[in-house]
Design a protein around this ligand. Structure first.
Ligand SMILES: [Zn+2]
Length: 404
């Protein structure tokens, strides 16, 4: 072990040097001005502080940077970093104090002013002072109208308060100023916001406006499944059952892995249209296209059971159980069906055998962005406010189990 120590130390020094060099260069590019570099080099505190920052030791970084700031009290960025460190440590009051202090300085350049305000806005946001955070980010935009970081924070604050129209307008601005090539991502967000605006119109019983919003959402991003679901609901409400069926079928085609969200609606509307056989047809089509689709099997089994075809239904449920052993709904459906088949001992044995091999997972939906977990599929993460970021965590859960 001892022989590795010098090598390791050398590597760490190299890494730290690279990181510091990068930060140094970036600052130079951002503003074209640096405080007296000779002065900074005379004190080790600044470098030490950055070193501790890089190695993720915030207390020591604060200590060294505080010393560096007393040597060179003009160095704006040291106080910016210090304030941010306080915020990250949860000392929001101190962070606000430091950043407000920066704003009192005379002869601040426009960009310096904007950057200090941005940090202050982040302090307010993390302290839960929503109104003041909104005010600070808007102030940043008055100084620097294309500040993407301020725009994104402002958008999330509006979303937190369900101010969908305001969030929508800001996302449009982000799309204008943001890096090229992100258009699909912007459209996805805009489509989900349109869908929320449509739901708002529904609450006000304005079917026409709601339908226009849902249609617009689909035009922005054809994969926005909730917009299809809600548009179909409006069409049913307007007495247009055939249109609703077509809308939901379209939604199922663009998002087959989430088709189950439309099952109940489709089954009901097919019955209403006098063509109930279309439902099992759709289920079989989905199962053929995605062999691990357990929800399609459960839906088809339920449909068959209600028509007296219990044996066929049970086979489907057993297949579903293999793909999703923790699905309580599957176990319940199996027991109901077994009961209808007079608890045939051979079938009960087969069930016990299948369930015995099951691996159980909890909270199967996970946000890809922040790892927030949920028992159901959510379109908008309540934790990080990303749109459409949830996936079923079956693969990830299996991986975690391997790692242990
Ligand atoms: Zn999240």
């Amino acid at each position: 072990m001892g022989t590795y120590a010098p090598l390791l130390a050398g590597l760490l020094a190299l890494l730290a040097g690279l990181a510091i060099g990068k930060a140094w260069e970036r600052y130079k590019l951002r503003d074209g001005r640096w405080f007296d570099r000779r002065k900074a080099r005379e004190t080790p505190h600044y470098m030490l502080g950055l070193n501790f920052l890089v190695s993720n030791r915030p207390d020591l970084a604060i200590e060294e940077l505080t010393k560096a700031a007393t040597v060179d009290s003009d160095a704006l960025e040291i106080d910016l970093i210090l304030g941010n460190l306080y915020r990250e440590k949860g000392q929001v009051g101190r962070a606000i104090q430091v950043h407000q202090g920066l704003l009192q300085r005379p002869r601040l350049k426009r960009l310096e002013h904007a950057y200090a305000l941005l940090c202050l806005g982040l302090d307010y946001k993390s302290g839960g002072f929503v109104d003041r955070a909104v005010e600070a980010f808007n102030e940043v935009l008055r100084l620097d109208s294309e500040n993407e970081y301020a725009l994104i924070n402002l958008e999330k604050l509006h979303e937190e308060q369900h101010q969908w129209q305001a969030a929508y307008d800001i996302r449009r601005r982000i799309a204008r100023v943001g890096a090229a090539g992100a258009e699909a991502r912007h459209n996805e967000t805009l489509a989900f916001l349109e869908n929320e605006l449509g739901l708002e119109a529904l609450k006000q019983k304005d079917d026409k406006a709601a339908a226009a919003r849902f249609t617009q959402a689909i035009e922005l991003d054809a994969a926005t499944l909730p917009a299809y679901l809600h548009l179909g609901d409006v069409q049913v409400h307007q007495g247009r059952a055939a249109d609703a069926a077509a809308t939901w079928e379209h939604g199922v085609a663009v998002a087959p892995d989430r088709a189950y969200l439309a099952f109940e609606r489709l089954e009901a509307v097919y019955t209403r249209l006098g063509t109930p056989e279309r439902f099992p047809g759709l289920c079989r089509q989905l199962i053929a296209a995605t062999p691990q689709d357990w929800r399609g099997r459960v839906a088809l089994a339920r449909h068959l059971t209600s028509r007296g075809k219990s044996a066929e239904a049970l086979d489907l449920l057993f297949e579903a159980l293999v793909h999703n052993p923790h699905g309580l709904a599957i176990h319940q459906a199996i027991w109901r069906t077994l009961r209808q088949l007079a608890l045939d001992p051979a079938l009960v044995d087969r069930y016990v055998d299948l369930a015995g091999h099951a691996v159980f997972y909890l909270d199967p939906h996970v946000c890809m962005h922040c790892r927030y977990r949920s028992t159901e599929l959510l379109w908008h993460c309540p934790h990080c406010h990303e749109w459409n970021s949830f996936v079923e965590d079956r693969l990830a859960a299996a991986k975690d189990a391997d790692d242990e």
